[in-house]
Every structure is written in structure tokens, then in C-alpha cells.
Design a protein around this ligand. Structure first.
Ligand code: NAP
Length: 248
């Protein structure tokens, strides 16, 4: 307990799933939390209360991560509300699956903008305060799909692979300012995003995972806590897989 005591952390897409778990785990470790959502207003308000009940400062913002102007406003609001930014977690993401032959340009753009452009938007907007502080940890949520590809997810895989290249480039650019940039690549984690999958497909996947089970959002959140905390001050430019050994 207390690994993130007093740190101010901003997380995108935390109304549910992995983002929500990251917000709760960071708050349990003593961080103050700013988080965003897009359309889940009620869930966002409920999370704000849940986090405040943990005794830390918490605020939810309705903000579209794929919109650069909204991202800049979010960062300004966050700094005004919290005073500094110690950890930025780019988690917001969507899927719009389909074989390439049938994939529309609209579904390509939507996934690239929400998953990849959002990471550019938030990180770009965060650079000034981070460089001024000469301190900070950026954690981007990618996927094992970004490392190995996946049939029916060309848009998603491209967005997640793009995040990895971006993460490593930022680590190279900002390392001398004591700003770290890492990615977490979850494997199969049970959330609303994966609820839509065919149970037979899910069983097949579990069979192929060395630990023979799916992961929990908290498994991913624990890796994020580590990367924001002082336990990882000499780690940057890395991709940590949280996948039960799926991609080994
Ligand atoms: P989820 O349950 O569908 O939650 C997605 C979150 O992102 C929601 O809070 C949603 O907010 C938010 N969001 C979507 N578009 C947004 C936008 N334009 N601006 C701001 N917020 C937005 O998904 P999840 O399974 O927790 O996934 C979280 C991250 O982990 C994603 O990046 C995903 O690609 C990655 N990941 C997941 C898995 C898995 O197995 N679940 C595996 C690998 C990687 P609203 O509810 O308001 O729309």
C-alpha cells in the first residue's frame, strides 16, 4: 500500500473495464486520480464517488481522447485541478472488427483515431508540464495483438503496433528529462470489450494460454501501478506483456 502516495495520475477511458481497474488500483496506492470517459456519464460519476471514498482526490472528465483540442483542454483542466501530472495512462480504446476485405474506411479511421491518435493527443498535450517538472511516467495500453497481429483486426492491430513505436520513440526523446514511457500489452482480459466474443472462441484461446485462464483487469492495473511507481525508475521504452504467457 502507498506505492503512489500523493502522485497525480490521469487515465483515459476509465468508466469501465481495464481503465476503471487502473483508477481503483492507483487510488488504493494513494494516487489522486483524474480520469476520462466518452459516453458513460453515469458510470463516470459513480467511479468518481467510489474513488473519493478511498480518501484521495478524484475527478472525472467527459472528454474525447481522439480529439486534439479536447485533449489539450483536458490537460489544462487537470493541471489546474491537481497542480501537477506524475502519471499519464493512455488506456481509451475501441474495436471495430472485420476482415480487411469488408473493412470500411470509417471503421479504420475510428479505431486509429481512438486508439492511436488519442495517445499522440494526450502525450503531446502533456509534454509541456512534464518537461517543466523534469519528471513523469507515461504508460500506454497496447495489446498482444499489436505484437503478433490478428485476423479480423487489421485496424486494431495497426493501432496497437503504432502505440509501441510511439512509446519507444517518446522514451528516446524524453529520457534525458527524466520522463519515462512504457507500454503494457494485455492478452485476453475479460471486460465488456471481450464480452461480445463467441464463448467457443474464448475457450479455444484459454487452451492456448500457458496459465490456462483469462486475465482480470486488476492484473493489467498492477503492471500499470508498477510502471508509475518509484519501483520502476530505471525502466523506459519497454513493453510489458500481461498475457498469462500467451505470446511466449
Ligand atoms: P472497455 O471495457 O470497452 O472500456 C473502454 C473505455 O474506453 C471506456 O471507459 C470508454 O468510455 C473509453 N473510451 C472509448 N472511446 C473513447 C474516447 N474517444 N475518448 C475517451 N474515452 C473513450 O475496454 P477494455 O477492455 O477495458 O480496454 C481498455 C484498453 O485495453 C483498450 O485500449 C484496449 O484496446 C486494451 N486491451 C484490452 C484487452 C482485453 O482483453 N479486454 C486486451 C488487450 C488490450 P465510454 O464507456 O464512455 O465509451
Amino acid at each position: 500500500m502507498g506505492l503512489l502516495k500523493g502522485k497525480n495520475v490521469l487515465i483515459t477511458g476509465a468508466s469501465k473495464g481495464i481503465g476503471k481497474s487502473i483508477a481503483i488500483r492507483c487510488a488504493e496506492e494513494g494516487a489522486n486520480i483524474g480520469f476520462t470517459y466518452l459516453s458513460s456519464i453515469e458510470k463516470g460519476k459513480a467511479l468518481e464517488t467510489e474513488l473519493q471514498n478511498l480518501g484521495i482526490k478524484a475527478k472525472g472528465y467527459q472528454s474525447d481522447a481522439s480529439n486534439s483540442i479536447a485533449a489539450e483542454k483536458l490537460l489544462n483542466d487537470f493541471i489546474t485541478d491537481f497542480g501537477s501530472l506524475d502519471g499519464l495512462v493512455n488506456n481509451a480504446g475501441i474495436t471495430k472488427d472485420g476482415l480487411l476485405m469488408r473493412m470500411t474506411e470509417e471503421n479504420w479511421d475510428a479505431v486509429i483515431n481512438t486508439n492511436l491518435k488519442s495517445v499522440f493527443n494526450l502525450t503531446k498535450s502533456a509534454i509541456k508540464p512534464l518537461m517543466k517538472q523534469k519528471y513523469g511516467s507515461i504508460v500506454n495500453i497496447t495489446s498482444v495483438v499489436g505484437l503478433k497481429g490478428n485476423a479480423g483486426q487489421a485496424n486494431y492491430a495497426a493501432s496497437k503496433a503504432g502505440i509501441i513505436g510511439f512509446t519507444k520513440s517518446v522514451a528516446l526523446e524524453l529520457g534525458s528529462r527524466n520522463i519515462r514511457s512504457n507500454a503494457v500489452a494485455p492478452g485476453f482480459i475479460e471486460t465488456e470489450m471481450t464480452e461480445v466474443l463467441d464463448p467457443k472462441v474464448i475457450e479455444g484461446w484459454k487452451e492456448g494460454i500457458p496459465l490456462k485462464k483469462s486475465g482480470n483487469p486488476a492484473d493489467v492495473a498492477n503492471a500499470v501501478v508498477f510502471l508509475i511507481s518509484e519501483l520502476s525508475t530505471y525502466i523506459t521504452g519497454q513493453v510489458i506483456q500481461v498475457d498469462g504467457g500467451m505470446l511466449t
